[in-house]
Design a protein around this ligand. Structure first.
Ligand code: SF4
Length: 457
């Protein structure tokens, strides 16, 4: 990077990647992989990722390349071959679309009950663009923020990027959100998420955020913005034409007496090493906002404990707060990316052991599963049985939080659904609460009304 370099955002997609200067580095085989796999999964990079983050001497193994570019193993072999053969034979679009659709449906496009159990009701009707899974936190998906500066190949929101419209969340304005929040004084946090809300102009974002700052919604104390722009386009906080307006907006949230938390999505320490990325963190913190660092653990991308330790320690040095290591969700090309829970626990623990107490604000490895955020807290032996020690960090029912529970150790398990209770139990303690045919579990029914003793039996 040159000093004072002027940056203009330039995205590349399936249609335009061949125009990127780096296209010359690709073998014929890699080009084929991109054209086949990106039919199924979303693909988008930008000039900053290409020019500054990927090490082109190390493709296809470079972690940022793996993070953003399609790989053959993201599809099962027979799926890849079938799709490639259709393309090569010049098959009609309808035949290609049909094959793509079969593969997408196989990839569990709506994990963790998102489309059913997390959509709240307002005056008896489901509210578009809002999810309310945990009592104190509402997720808001503004329609203008449903894309990203680049796409991560593992992204669990992939269905919305490929136009599976029925699986899309978005809200055109914050009116319903405001109405809903007025009726829910228990909500202290609103998480604005996407996609990436910071693809929006500062003006559009202000229109969503300002209505949350009124006295009527004084119970909304914390506004969080989930974003990967800090890694994929840190120029958003430095040199974009409305960067100043954006930072002003951040400042006005803080001045209004609310906390503004930027939930920064960093997958690899390289993303935070770049001088532009570091300057972005400094500019965000200078507004009075905080920035937290979180990411899923992804095979091929960030499976070295040293990388996590470097990410967390760099974050601390810059004034950011290490927050979560997530377990990769059971959706999309998860067979390509996931790691056994036992290995995730080992990686987390090894990284945690080599950082100072300031970086140990991080929690994990944590699964954002249907009943809540479940952390693997240990692997141990109790009464002769090897077990996973688990606990909820967040749960549909707040009374489940921090109650330890145990699963039989399984070296192959990659997700909560793979686990069975330890000690010969038939069910985990929380499973009695889910009836098979429930469409919606209203959050109101799962709060303190539930007697503690009943839950603790
Ligand atoms: S930035 Fe976030 S929402 Fe966008 S593709 Fe990556 S993981 Fe998905």
């Amino acid at each position: 990077m040159e000093d004072n370099q002027v940056w203009t955002f330039k995205p590349y997609t399936r249609q335009s990647i061949s125009k990127a200067p780096q296209w010359a580095f690709f073998t014929q085989e890699q080009r084929e992989v991109i054209s086949v796999v990106s039919l199924v999964l979303p693909f988008r990079v930008n000039n900053y990722v290409l020019d500054e983050l990927i090490d082109w001497d190390n493709i296809p193994d470079d972690p940022i390349y793996r993070l953003t570019f399609p790989h053959r193993d993201m599809l099962r072999e027979h799926e890849y071959v079938a799709l490639r053969d259709l393309l090569t034979a010049g098959a009609p679009q309808a035949a290609i679309d049909a094959q793509v659709s079969i593969i997408r449906q196989r990839m569990n496009p709506h994990p963790a009950g998102q489309m059913t159990h997390n959509v709240p009701l307002l005056h008896g009707k489901p509210v578009a663009g809002i999810q309310h899974k945990y009592r104190e936190t509402v997720l808001f998906f503004p329609s203008a923020g449903q894309t990203c500066h680049a796409y991560c190949t593992f992204c669990f929101r992939w269905p919305q990027f490929v136009g599976m419209e029925d699986l899309k969340f978005n809200a055109k304005c914050s009116q319903n959100l405001v109405e809903y929040l007025k009726l829910h004084p228990e909500v202290t946090d609103v998480l604005i998420t996407g996609g990436d809300p910071l693809v929006m102009s500062a003006r559009a974002l202000r229109a969503y955020i300002e209505p949350l700052l009124t006295d009527e919604l004084a119970h909304v104390q914390n506004i969080r913005i989930g974003t990967k722009s800090v890694a994929y386009w840190p120029q958003r906080f430095i040199s974009d034409k409305d960067s100043h307006d954006l930072l002003d907006l951040f400042e006005s949230v803080v001045t209004a007496g609310r906390s503004l938390a930027i939930m920064g999505h960093y997958n690899h320490p390289r993303e935070l090493k770049h001088p532009i990325a570091q300057a972005a963190v400094r500019n965000i913190i200078a507004t009075g906002a905080t920035i937290r660092v979180q990411a899923p653990l992804i095979r091929h991308v960030n499976e070295a404990p040293e990388d996590w330790a470097e990410l967390w320690t760099t974050a601390v040095r810059l004034g950011a707060i290490p927050y979560y290591m997530f377990v990769e969700r059971d959706t999309g090309p998860s067979e390509y990316f996931n790691l056994p829970l036992a290995r995730a626990y080992e990686i987390f623990t090894q990284a945690y052991r080599i950082v100072s107490g300031l970086a140990r604000t991080v929690r994990g490895p944590s699964m954002s599963a249907f009943p809540g955020k479940v952390m693997i807290d240990g692997i141990t032996e109790i009464a002769g049985e090897k077990v996973f020690v688990l606990q909820f960090l967040q749960a549909r029912n707040p009374l489940w939080v921090r109650r330890p529970f145990f699963a039989k150790f399984d070296p192959e398990a990659t997700w909560l659904d793979d686990l069975v209770p330890a000690f010969g139990e038939k069910h985990f303690f929380f499973e009695q609460h889910f009836a098979a045919n429930d469409d919606v579990i209203p959050v109101e029914l799962l709060d303190d009304d539930e007697p503690l003793l009943e839950v603790m039996e």
